[in-house]
Design a protein around this ligand. Structure first.
Ligand SMILES: Cc1ncc(COP(=O)(O)O)c(C=O)c1O
Length: 397
């Protein structure tokens, strides 16, 4: 499926680290090169042909993102450098001015560092209280969400899909609950937007963050979606060129309207334009088809893994595209090094979810994460190599 578009696959590598970043199809690489070789210009600043072309392409991608996540308006789409940047802007540009000491923010222990550390910083800075919704079988269930809410709860901030176990949260139900109770709902979409249909309006999301590089796009580009009325109140965490309407020596200044107000400085123009190609590529396949295909790969992998008795899987009963496992009595990084010997790329470690271990009872794991170009034949090769992993230390040491 689509493998010929991914040059790197011709090197023979088997790439199963798609939750970290995905490979890039030729059209994305070509779009990047074209910008640098055929029509380089800054955005929103020039009156010559190449500059106008850049503006048209750059703003066209904003419209594509709007359609991709079903936002109401392109003003609700802010280009950032990635999920981490987007979440930091929500916390320090909006929440810092809307929360006060004692207000509670609900997270879980399975969140990525990017959805925990900014909140912990804010806890230190202004005295909000970070609380964790208890997990059940490592997952978020509505009863525990309900039980965790108090009259001080002002924010729920969760990954739609987690990056360690790949479990999907009941986002629509939580969105409804937040609306009913007047709680801000922040969603980390880094692992969901690339893999399944996401509808911010239907899900009741106030802020959504995701990264282009996890969905065939370039590194250094991300998106912050926010409801227009909330973005209007988000204070720019960076100010400067491109976002100001005027400033003068008497100290007065004025900023532009959304979305420019939140995009100070020269943006990653080539990256945004190339991201547009990635979005077209994904939309042509269809997000539901991508989701179904990845689920079928996971089911196949699990069915094959069942014949190997020295491997423990931690998320057998969870759907999606991630399989988290360990070879028994082998440190996860040794397993990754062993698999690398066969040109198989997996991720090992705690996957930036450093407090999940308290719930999972295991510190480090190996993670296989699929995307559109992975095949059953690649899984067969991984299974073949895992089957003979009894000789792992001969290879690793
Ligand atoms: C769930 C989740 N949130 C946030 C991030 C951070 O994304 P980025 O490094 O692109 O900012 C990741 C990256 O792995 C992730 O998986």
């Amino acid at each position: 499926m689509y493998r010929e578009d991914f040059e790197i696959l011709k090197t023979g590598v088997i790439y199963f680290d798609n939750s970290a970043t995905t490979l890039k199809p030729k059209c994305v690489v070509d779009a990047t090169v074209d910008y640098y070789t055929k029509y380089t210009a800054n955005a929103h600043r020039g009156d010559y042909d190449n500059s106008l072309k850049v503006d048209m392409l750059y703003e066209g991608v904003r419209d594509k993102v709007r359609d991709f996540i079903h936002a109401k308006s392109s003003k609700e789409i802010i280009f950032t450098s990635g999920t981490t940047d987007s979440l930091n802007r929500v916390v320090f540009g909006f929440m810092k001015n809307h929360l006060k000491a004692g207000d509670e923010v609900l997270l879980t222990q399975a969140e990525h560092a990017s959805n925990i550390l900014p909140w912990l910083e804010l806890e230190k800075e202004i005295g909000i209280a970070v609380k964790y919704i208890p997990l059940e079988n490592h997952q978020v269930i509505m009863n525990h969400v309900l039980d965790s809410i108090t009259d001080k709860t002002k924010v729920i901030s969760l990954a739609h899909v987690t990056n360690v176990l790949g479990d999907e949260r009941p986002i629509r139900e939580i969105g409804e609950l937040c609306k009913e109770k007047g709680i801000y709902f922040v969603v980390d979409g880094a692992q969901s937007v690339p893999h399944r249909p996401v509808d911010v309006e239907n899900f009741g999301i106030d802020f959504l963050a995701f990264s282009a590089h996890k969905m065939l796009g370039p590194t250094g580009v991300g998106v912050l979606y926010g409801k227009e009325e909330l973005l209007e109140e988000l204070h720019p965490t960076a100010v400067g060129g491109g976002m100001n309407a005027s400033f003068s020596s008497d100290g007065s200044f004025e900023y532009k309207s959304l979305p420019s107000r939140l995009e100070a400085g020269t943006p990653n123009i080539a990256g945004v334009i190339a991201f547009g190609e990635a979005l077209d590529y994904l939309m042509k396949i269809g997000m539901e088809n991508i989701y179904q295909y990845e689920c079928s790969l996971k089911r196949y992998f699990l069915s094959q893994l069942a014949s190997i008795d020295h491997v423990t899987v931690y998320n057998k009963d969870i759907g999606g595209s991630i399989v988290t496992f360990n070879i028994d009595d082998v440190f996860s990084q040794d397993t990754a090094v062993y698999l690398n010997h066969y040109h198989i790329c997996v991720r090992a470690g705690n996957h930036c979810a450093k407090i999940l271990k308290e719930d999972l009872q295991v510190k480090n794991t190996c993670r296989v994460s699929f995307y559109i170009y992975n095949t059953k034949e690649e899984i067969d090769e991984l299974i073949r190599v895992l089957k003979k992993s009894k000789d792992i230390f001969r290879i690793v040491l």
